[in-house]
Design a protein around this ligand. Structure first.
Ligand code: 6PG
Length: 624
């Protein structure tokens, strides 16, 4: 759907007609669709207002839809305000291309003066320039060029150039390319050239998959950037960290004003804000987009968490929302999260929740093992839990426990040192910075760190006696209930962290919407997450929801029993333990922090407040 836009007299109809002829698709002049009343008003020298235009724009949107159902068409329409363009492209977002014929007031005024038989008097031109909102998403074409040149430029841009660029063909980048191509987008793909290491990556990748036949492959940055329609949308799928900054610097000389870079990696949200601010000074939009779902998600539909300027998001929305997973109502698991680095913050907390969910399953499976289950039985137990508490991570863990290599289970042969790429670490740091007690995330992170001290663990194991696990007196049902209890606390802490960050940074995040885009495509999708979509519509604190309160009350005896049994049997279950410890803390109206305050006052004269003085006055005591 091609909209040729610009103020009256810029040449929309002439260019539109010629373009439609060359492309062999119908042409429509929006002026022909004005109701009588509008024509009359303009002929009387009066400018149209938004109300006058509403019905007219809606009828053009209907026209565009019906033409698109047949094939395509060119519509010439002033579409001076963003709001007008939004009406024109309603439900056609991913299939609309804008061409703005831009020229100066003097130039166009001169043209209009020489025009005959047109109801728009040249005096109205000023009112048009007054309301013109620069269409950043449009290809800008200078009307001083010849008509043939203009049409050639538009044709070249639309016919030969790609709509979307993907920079970095690692596992995720490749899958996203295939996803975009499968959805019908014309894409350009780039991977750097490194002698003997990364050679013709993009070209070879293109030949591997039939859906990429229409895609363009590059290892030259300039050619890659020039292959893209303007304003360009380029998604960076490179390693988080310094690489992103290097890539930005490499790309920068080839970019134009209003181009959009999307960082789809697991970048630190503070860095995303810095990059956003830096690129803003250069008139380049920067969108930090968390992408979850791993290789399979990226290919079939990930969950996407984009942030930055909303205006820039609108331009990449058609691509991101089309390739994203869909929720139960077929809505995309992608939504505009908020400003600055809020998208990467939310993705970071997603990973924090993910760390805990993984750790809980690791703890649960070691308990089931201690109860005497072999790996097949553990897998069966987890499978059987799907009806009550399904999740992607539960599902893959059940599969992992079934997987054999030769006579033994593969998981038993894996070295027990857990890696990490840093997001759990950042979540823990962010919690501390925001004064939020995300204790489960810290416990899951530190469990990974403990696992890393393999040699020390072996050495210290010899120094101490171990309890006999045979006394582990707990049922599988109790294990399940304890697991469910801990999961609710994990989600409470995750959303609490997002909520506090949102307040602190004035991001105005919508927690329910965030949980909605986590119901599919991502690593932490689960039935619990689906329930939270509704819960979070009414509260930012899920522990105030009556159903969850009832559930926790039912499961509490099981978590208490299970954690006690594990402690008595020397079984390390830090995240399960922390869930009940945290619960006891956050539900305790009279904590022992009075003792801490007394100690602080004793050695440092830090003062304290008294419960018998509501004024909040500070007291100091000479304790000796
Ligand atoms: C996802 C994952 C993904 C990846 C992280 C985890 O949502 O798809 O979170 O981003 O698995 O890199 O990192 P660790 O290596 O820190 O576990």
């Amino acid at each position: 759907m091609i909209f040729i836009i610009g103020v009256s007299g810029c040449g929309k109809s002439t260019i539109g007609k010629l373009l439609s002829k060359e492309l062999n698709i119908p042409f429509f002049d929006a002026d022909d669709f004005h109701p009588e009343s509008n024509i009359k008003k303009m002929s009387n020298g009066k400018a149209l207002n938004d109300d006058d235009r509403q019905g007219w724009l809606e009828s053009l949107n209907e026209l565009a839809k019906s033409e698109l159902a047949k094939n395509s068409c060119v519509i010439a329409c002033s579409a001076l305000k963003q709001n007008y363009r939004d009406i024109l492209r309603k439900d056609l977002e991913s299939e609309t291309k804008w061409v703005h014929l831009s020229g100066s007031f003097d130039q166009i005024y001169k043209r209009m003066k020489s025009r005959v038989d047109h109801y728009m008097p040249s005096e109205l031109l000023k009112s048009q320039f007054d309301i013109l909102e620069h269409p950043k998403e449009a290809l800008q074409v200078d009307i001083t060029k010849s008509i043939v040149d203009i049409v050639d430029t538009i044709k070249n841009e639309l016919m030969n150039k790609s709509q979307f660029g993907l920079f970095g063909l690692g596992v995720m980048g490749k899958s996203l390319c295939r996803n975009l191509a499968n959805k019908g987008f014309k894409i350009s793909m780039f991977n750097r050239h490194v002698d003997n290491l990364e050679v013709e990556i993009a070209k070879n990748f293109k030949t591997e998959f039939s859906e990429l036949s229409n895609a363009s492959a590059f290892d030259d940055i300039s050619a890659f950037v020039n292959s893209l329609q303007q304003p360009r949308c380029i998604m960076l799928m490179v390693n988080a960290g310094k690489t992103i900054d290097h890539v930005i610097e490499d790309l920068f000389p080839h970019l134009s004003e209003n181009d959009i870079l999307i960082d789809g990696g697991n970048s630190n949200y503070n860095k995303t804000k810095e990059r956003f601010d830096y690129l803003k000074t250069k008139s380049i939009h920067f969108i930090g987009a968390g992408v979850s779902g791993g290789e399979e998600g990226a290919l079939k539909g990930p969950s996407i968490m984009p942030s930055g300027d909303f205006e820039a998001y609108k331009q990449v929305q058609p691509f991101l929302e089309t390739i994203a997973a869909k929720d139960k109502n077929s809505l995309p698991c992608c939504t505009y999260i908020g400003s600055e680095g809020s998208g990467h913050f939310v993705k970071m907390v997603h990973n924090g929740i993910e760390y805990v969910e993984m750790q809980l399953l690791a703890e649960i499976t070691s308990i089931l093992e201690a109860l005497g289950q072999n790996n097949d039985e553990i897998s069966n137990t987890l499978e059987s839990w799907k009806t009550t508490t399904d999740s992607y991570l539960l599902d893959i863990t059940a599969t992992i426990f079934r997987k054999k290599e030769g006579a033994d289970w593969l998981v038993n042969k894996i070295l027990d040192k857990a890696g990490n790429k840093g997001t759990g670490n950042w979540t823990t740091i962010a919690s501390a910075e925001l004064d939020v007690p995300s204790t489960l995330i810290a416990s899951a992170l530190f469990s990974r760190y403990i696992s890393f001290y393999k040699d020390e663990r072996i050495q210290l194991n010899n120094n101490f006696e171990k309890a006999n696990n045979s006394a582990l007196n707990i049922s599988v049902k109790e294990v399940l209930e304890a697991y469910q209890f801990a999961r609710i606390i994990n989600h409470y802490q995750g959303f609490k962290l997002i909520s506090e960050a949102s307040n602190k940074h004035s991001w105005n995040l919508n927690l329910s919407e965030i949980s909605r885009i986590w119901t599919n495509g991502c690593i932490i999708k689960s039935t619990l997450m689906k329930e939270l979509v509704e819960v979070l519509k009414n509260t930012t604190n899920i522990l105030t929801n009556q159903e969850l309160i009832n559930t926790l009350n039912i499961y509490k005896p099981s978590i208490k029993k299970l954690v006690s049994a594990c402690v008595l049997n020397d079984l390390s279950v830090p995240s399960l333990s922390e869930s009940i410890q945290f619960f006891n803390g956050i539900t305790n109206p009279n904590s022992n922090a009075n003792v801490i305050q007394a100690q602080r006052d004793y050695f440092g004269a830090h003062t304290y407040q008294r419960i018998d003085d509501a004024s909040g006055k500070s007291y100091h005591t000479n304790w000796n």
